[in-house]
Structure formats: structure tokens, C-alpha cells
Write a protein of this length. Structure first.
Length: 145
């Protein structure tokens, strides 16, 4: 059976959850967040001041759809092409510190939990948050048509 989270537009769903995180102070970006790149394949830090909330919402959605996932698997999902000058480009993983800190914050908020030695999964509270946001996104899309 296909869930509402799978049916909803991913960008709109992530924006909605990120706004919820920011308004309710569920997670808080660390002091170093404005200065870090999201991986070695990036040239500059993100320009969006709310990028931490957006990445946290995206990680939560990924855990819902694919979980259990650990830091190394998430690093692979958030990696990209590392252009190395004259040498041919190679794939580079995303930043582990960012993903690790986000997972710790989501765990403190009670939205994810550790699962054996396989990584983290979404808790019932996190599942409800995602499904409610997806329902609201689908309802807004239905009103537009």
C-alpha cells in the first residue's frame, strides 16, 4: 500500500516539516552551521539560512521511506560529484558531522530511535508528524486543481 508520504510532493513535504521544526524549536542548528559546507564536493556553504531545518526534514523523510539507515548510508545519499580540477570527477560522500548531529537532535526530540546495529528508524511520533504533513500537502494540492 502506498502511503501519503510517498504520494505527496517531496519538496513541499520537506518545506512543511522544516517550517514545523523551526517554529516549534524541535531542533536547533549548532553555532557552526552557517560556516560549514555540506560535503567536500561543495565549494561553498549553503546560502539558505534555514538549510539545517530542511536537511533535518529530508533526513526524517528518508528514514521513513528507506529506514533503518545509518550515518554512512545517509552520507552516500547526500553526496555528489566532486570536481577535482584537471583530474576526472569522482563521487564524494556528504558531511558525516552534519548528518550525525541531525540524527542526534531528531533522537532527542523523540522522532527517531536506534534500531539494533542497523542504524535509526522513525518512531511512532515521527511517523505521525510525517503523515499529518503529507495529508496537509495533498489536501492543498487537491484544492488547487
Amino acid at each position: 500500500m502506498v502511503s501519503n508520504v510517498q504520494l505527496a510532493d517531496p519538496m513541499k513535504l520537506i518545506q512543511k516539516i522544516a517550517a514545523y521544526f523551526k517554529e516549534n524549536k524541535v531542533i536547533e542548528p549548532p553555532p557552526w552551521a552557517p560556516f560549514v559546507k555540506t560535503g567536500v564536493h561543495k565549494e561553498r556553504p549553503p546560502q539558505d539560512p534555514d538549510w539545517w531545518y530542511i536537511r533535518a526534514a529530508a533526513v526524517l523523510r528518508k528514514l521513513y521511506l528507506r529506514g533503518p539507515l545509518g550515518v554512512s548510508r545517509l552520507r552516500k545519499l547526500y553526496g555528489g560529484r566532486h570536481r577535482r580540477g584537471h583530474k576526472p570527477p569522482k563521487f564524494a560522500k556528504g558531511s558525516g558531522a552534519i548528518i550525525r548531529k541531525i540524527l542526534q537532535q531528531l533522537e532527542e526530540a523523540g522522532l527517531v530511535q536506534k534500531y539494533d546495529n542497523k542504524g535509526r528508524i522513525v518512531t511512532e511520533k515521527g511517523r505521525e508528524l510525517l503523515e499529518e504533513a503529507a495529508k496537509a500537502v495533498l489536501k492543498a494540492e487537491a484544492r488547487r486543481t
